[in-house]
Design a protein around this ligand. Structure first.
Ligand code: C5P
Length: 294
């Protein structure tokens, strides 16, 4: 049972993030439509020594228990009653504090990989409980397709593929600064309309996307957290306007930001837009163009 395990850790975008109100526990009730994106960090895991040894390619990330990977590993070993050690390396490619769920995906994939490495001591409900305790977005990454998430984000319903997105390309741009998730949620108090969305938008969007009708879906892409984020960072609004002018079906902020995404009908349209985007906004921001499976 020795050997090294390589685990890909993808990211996500929120095609819709509709906040329905603030709860007594301080979290926000929401409905969100999440799409996995094949842009991945890599986790390399080995059974070794005692305790948890963690290294990371990104010096800005803490390597102690503030890191979600270390927390996930610690909780996994404790729940499974395993006293053997493990070493984990994280090769980071997904931008951080970006609204792409990179850290949440790392945590979920640590749980999945450790379960494989130690011969499946935990069952799905245990993994689910650990994931929900690690963060609202973590349970989504225990599965691999599009999903509808409710509650504070931890109740995940896997969805059939989105036919409307098949063959489309996703453009992502990170402006070089992050947005703190707690900050974005706290700011909603100043935007009552964004704080108190009507439930049901998510199902409308999902129906249209599954039926292959991007035109009908278009008006239901929405993110409540844009209200505070675009007010503070107007550059994000400029990105969206530019991307729509360049032929994007939709352009929206993902999660609590700061990444903006745009949907293009073809790779060619996306590639044609890229140099113009760099001319308009400078070459320093992080960008990616990724094929969607739907
Ligand atoms: O669950 P997670 O650790 O990702 O949440 C980070 C922060 O985002 C929370 O502490 C809370 O301030 C905010 N949040 C929220 N409502 C949610 C999810 C997150 O208020 N549904």
């Amino acid at each position: 049972m020795s050997g090294t395990l390589h685990q890909s850790s993808p990211c996500k975008v929120n095609l819709l993030l509709n906040i329905l109100g603030k709860r007594a526990d301080g979290f926000h009730e929401l409905e969100t439509v999440m799409l996995p994106v094949a842009l991945c960090d890599d986790l390399i895991l080995k059974r070794a020594g005692h305790g948890i040894t963690f290294t990371c390619s990104e010096p800005a990330l803490p390597t102690d228990s503030r890191n979600l990977v270390v927390r996930a590993a610690g909780q996994f070993l404790a729940r499974a009653g395993i006293s053997d050690g493990v070493s984990i390396h994280l090769e980071k490619r997904i931008p951080m504090a970006a609204g792409l769920g990179g850290g949440s995906g790392n945590a979920a994939n640590t749980l999945l990989a450790l379960n494989e490495l130690f011969d499946y001591p935990l069952h799905a409900p245990d993994l689910q409980t650990l994931a929900a305790g690690l963060g609202s977005d973590v349970p989504f990454f225990l599965q691999s397709g599009p999903a509808l998430a409710t509650g504070r984000g931890e109740h995940v319903k896997a969805l059939d593929p989105f036919n409307a997105l098949r063959g489309h390309w996703l453009f992502l741009v990170h402006p070089g600064f992050g947005i703190s998730t707690p900050w974005a949620y706290q700011q909603l108090a100043n935007f009552p309309e964004a704080l108190n969305g009507q439930a049901g938008r998510a199902n409308r969007l999902v129906d249209a996307l599954q039926q292959g009708d991007l035109n009908a879906a278009k008006t239901d892409f929405y993110n409540s957290l844009e209200a505070p984020a675009l007010r503070k960072y107007p550059i994000l609004r400029l990105y969206q306007e530019f991307l729509r002018e360049q032929g994007a079906w939709v352009s929206l902020m993902s999660g609590s930001g700061s990444t903006t995404f745009a949907l293009f009908e073809s790779e060619a349209i996306g590639r044609r837009m890229l140099p113009q985007f760099k001319t308009e906004f400078g070459g320093k921001c992080w960008t990616a163009l990724v094929a969607l499976e739907g």
